[in-house]
Write a protein that binds this ligand. Structure first.
Ligand code: ATP
Ligand code: MG
Length: 328
C-alpha cells in the first residue's frame, strides 16, 4: 500500500519480513526481540518515522545505525540540543565563500541578477542534516537523535519536514525529496513530546534487557568474557538496576564494565574486581558509595548461592531482589 504523497517517489528497498529483519539485526551485532523487528518492519512498510524512547544506554541510537548498515545506505544524523535552530538543521549559506565571490564578481560586467544567481547557487549552500537527507541520492536513514533536547518550536518545524519531505529555500526555490528517508527519532524523555509528533510516528519503547537478552549482548560484543563471568556480570547488573541510583546502568555500561574486567584479567566477580572497575559501571560518586557498602557482599553471596543451587536466573533474580536488604 502506498500513500498519495509517496506515489511519485522512488521505491525504497526494504529489509524483508520480520524474521529477515531479526536476522539482519543479529548479523550486525544487534540483539533484538520480535517487538523491535516488528516496529522496524512497520516503519519501513508504512513509511512512518519510528520514535524510540527508553532510558539512557539501552540501544536506541544503535537501532538507526544498524538499520543503515543492513539497508546498505548512509546514516545522516541530526543531534538535537537546546537551542538547535532551523538553520543549523537544514542549511546555511557559506558566507565567507560568498564574500570572496562577490569581490571577484566586482571586476566583471555581469548584471546584478547574474551576480545574485552566482552567489546563491548550490556551490555556496552548506547542507545540514535535514537538507542532506532530502537531497540524498538514495534513501538514507535519518536519525534525529535526542529530539527531547530540542525545543518545541523546532519540533513544530520538524513536523512539516516529516510530512511533506520538501523545503523551500527563498533564493533557490522548493526542493523535494525523491527518495524519502527512513526516519528514526530517539528520546530520553527529558520532556514530553507533542501529541502531533507522536501521531506521525510509530512508537517503540526500549526497556533494559532481561538477563537472557543481556547475556546474548555480552557474548556478542565482549566475546573474551568467559561464560561464567558474563553470567555473573548480567546477574549483578540486574540487581544493581533495582537499586535507587542517580544513574541506572544501561547496556553501554554493561559492555564497558565487561570489557574493563576482561582487560584486568578478572575471571570472577568479587569485591576487589568490582572496586577496581566500578568507574565503568557507575558514573556517580553517591551510586559508587552505595554499591561499595556491605550490600555488595550480600549480593555476591546471594548470586553465588543461586548459581550453586542451579536455580533458574529469572526466578533467582526476582527472589534475591525481593529479599536482599537495599543499601543506604
Ligand atoms: N540489543 C543490543 N544488542 C547489541 N548491542 C547493544 C544492544 N543494546 C545496546 N547495545 C550497545 O550498547 C551501547 C549503547 O547503545 P546506544 O548508544 O544505542 O544507547 P542509547 O539508548 O542511544 O543511549 P543514550 O540514551 O545514552 O544515547 C552501544 O555500544 C550498543 O552497541
Ligand atoms: Mg543515543
Amino acid at each position: 500500500m502506498k500513500f498519495m504523497s509517496e506515489t511519485l517517489r522512488a521505491e525504497r528497498p526494504t529489509l524483508g519480513n520480520i524474521d529477515q529483519i531479526l536476522g539482519a539485526l543479529s548479523e550486525e551485532g544487534y540483539i533484538a526481540g520480535r517487538e523491535i523487528a516488528t516496529s522496524i518492519f512497520l516503519s519501513i512498510a508504512l513509511h512512518k518515522p519510528l520514535l524510540i524512547e527508553g532510558a539512557a544506554g539501552v540501544g536506541k541510537t544503535e537501532i538507526a545505525k544498524v538499520m543503515s548498515r543492513s539497508l546498505s545506505t548512509d546514516l545522516i544524523r541530526l543531534q538535537c540540543y537546546e537551542g538547535l535552530d532551523v538553520n543549523t538543521a537544514l542549511y546555511e549559506w557559506n558566507y565567507q565563500k560568498q564574500m570572496l565571490r562577490i569581490r571577484l564578481e566586482e571586476q566583471t560586467d555581469h548584471t546584478l541578477e547574474q551576480k545574485e544567481n552566482a552567489i546563491f547557487s548550490d556551490q555556496f549552500l552548506l547542507k545540514r542534516p535535514l537538507l542532506a537527507a532530502i537531497t540524498h541520492h538514495k534513501a538514507p536513514v535519518l536519525l534525529i537523535d535526542e529530539i527531547d533536547r530540542a525545543d518545541e518550536e523546532f519540533e513544530a518545524f520538524l513536523l512539516e519536514v516529516l510530512s511533506d519531505w520538501q523545503t523551500s529555500i527563498p533564493e533557490i526555490g522548493t526542493i523535494r525529496a525523491e527518495h524519502v528517508p527512513y526516519v528514526v527519532l530517539t528520546s530520553n524523555r527529558t520532556r514530553e513530546l507533542s501529541d502531533a509528533l507522536r501521531r506521525r510516528c510509530l512508537y517503540l519503547w526500549v526497556d533494559y534487557p532481561d538477563f537472557r537478552k543481556e547475556m546474548e549482548i555480552v557474548r556478542r560484543k565482549v566475546p573474551a568474557a568467559s561464560e561464567d563471568l558474563a553470567e555473573q556480570i548480567c546477574a549483578f547488573i540486574a540487581l544493581v538496576r533495582k537499586l535507587d541510583l542517580h544513574k541506572v546502568p544501561g547496556v553501554a555500561e554493561t559492555l564497558d564494565w565487561s570489557a574493563a574486567l576482561v582487560h584486568l584479567h578478572r575471571r570472577a566477580l568479587d569485591r576487589a574486581a568490582i572496586e577496581d572497575t566500578i568507574g565503568a559501571l557507575c558514573k556517580h560518586q553517591d551510586d559508587q558509595r552505595l554499591l561499595r557498602g556491605p550490600w555488595l557482599e550480600a549480593a555476591l553471596a546471594a548470586l553465588d548461592d543461586a548459581k550453586r543451587n542451579g536455580e533458574g536466573w529469572d526466578s533467582a533474580l526476582e527472589r534475591i531482589t525481593r529479599t536482599l536488604k537495599p543499601p543506604h
